[in-house]
Design a protein around this ligand. Structure first.
Ligand code: ADP
Length: 310
């Protein structure tokens, strides 16, 4: 889907201000630096005596220091600009995402309030179910933002307890089931593990829900999602497999970065803030493990996390 116009305009404005900064740097720093370096070289090459040598060395050192300073300032400025842009995009995406379920909730609630479904209990029940389903999406999105805030400020205090991983994963699976109409997704949960593993319940629920929501978002109309939990040699392996659009090898390296999104896929429920996988990676690290992805573009993806345990 094409990027909305305001975002393109702000990008254009941003690139113009960046060009201005580059021109200013070139004129304000590079020109004097080139001139001073030339003077220093001439002094060293043609000047006779110690005074000229000291003068030449000093001028060239000054030019080198000025160049170094300009490079550092440019790098810091462009990093700050990139962060500001990512945050602005993030707020726009999340607000847009929150609006979609809110609009649906309001519409169904108003229809019920006006009594339009009084004579149709079946439709009334279906509407209430839609409201609840959309509320689950809202809650998942808000949880994601709050989880990321805690993670990025190092405020999350994991509560590691030895429990059956299957029970924790089961809670997230049930939550996910409440997010879609049964006929919408061919969803299988094969939770075979019986092992107890030290883990933080909320973090594991967040890993599972983020992976399942992604599997839902990045698959087409015929959605097939399988979550598995298996006891393996040195722990328990969690995997979420989908039949969606997959991820190219180049993108596979970037998708775990916070705020990173594969832009061309922005549409409907597939919009997001680019935090889901960064959260999964963060929670996996809290459990001393990592998250792996296997995918062939156009042929789905499998995300896996292996929890250490015996
Ligand atoms: P978000 O879904 O909000 O964009 P994530 O961090 O969860 O943020 O994902 C980052 C990007 O990785 C997504 O924008 C998407 O392009 C890609 N991605 C994640 N999961 C999948 C998946 N199961 N199939 C295909 N692409 C995926």
């Amino acid at each position: 889907m094409e990027r909305p116009l305001p975002s393109r305009i702000s990008r254009l404005r941003h690139s113009m201000s960046l060009t201005g900064a580059i021109v200013a740097t070139a004129v304000g720093v590079l020109l004097p630096v080139i001139l001073s370096t030339s003077v220093g070289i001439v002094a060293l090459a043609l000047g006779k005596g110690t005074d000229w040598t000291i003068f030449g060395v000093l001028v060239i050192s000054f030019a080198a220091a000025a160049t170094g300073g300009a490079v550092v300032v440019t790098v810091l400025l462009s990093r700050r600009n990139r962060l500001a842009r990512q945050q602005a995009d993030f707020i726009a995406n999340v607000t847009h995402e929150l609006r979609t379920p809110l609009t649906a909730i309001r519409m169904y609630a108003e229809t019920i309030q006006m009594g339009r479904l009084d004579n149709n209990p079946e439709l009334c029940r279906a509407s209430v179910e839609t409201i609840l389903r959309e509320t689950e999406w809202l809650e998942a999105m808000i949880d994601q933002v709050l989880t990321w805030r805690a993670a990025s400020k190092d405020m999350d205090r994991p509560d590691m307890q030895e429990r059956m991983l299957k029970e924790t994963v089961g809670v997230a699976v049930e939550r996910f089931r409440r997010m879609f109409l049964p006929g919408d997704v061919q969803f299988e949960a094969e939770l075979n593990s019986v092992r107890k593993v030290f883990h933080d319940e909320r973090a594991v629920e967040s890993i599972v829900l983020n992976l399942l929501v992604n599997a839902y978002k990045y698959t087409g109309a015929d959605k097939q999602i399988i979550i598995r939990l298996d006891d393996v040699e040195n722990g328990v392996r969690l995997s979420v497999k989908d039949n969606g659009m997959g991820i190219s090898p180049a993108e596979q390296e970037k998708i775990f970065e916070p705020f990173y999104r594969v832009d061309s896929r922005l549409s409907g429920k597939a919009s997001g803030g680019g935090l889901g996988l960064a959260i999964v990676k963060h929670h996996a690290a809290l459990h001393g493990t990592t998250v792996h992805v296997e995918s062939v573009e156009g042929r789905g993806a499998t995300f896996a996390v292996q929890f250490p345990g015996h």
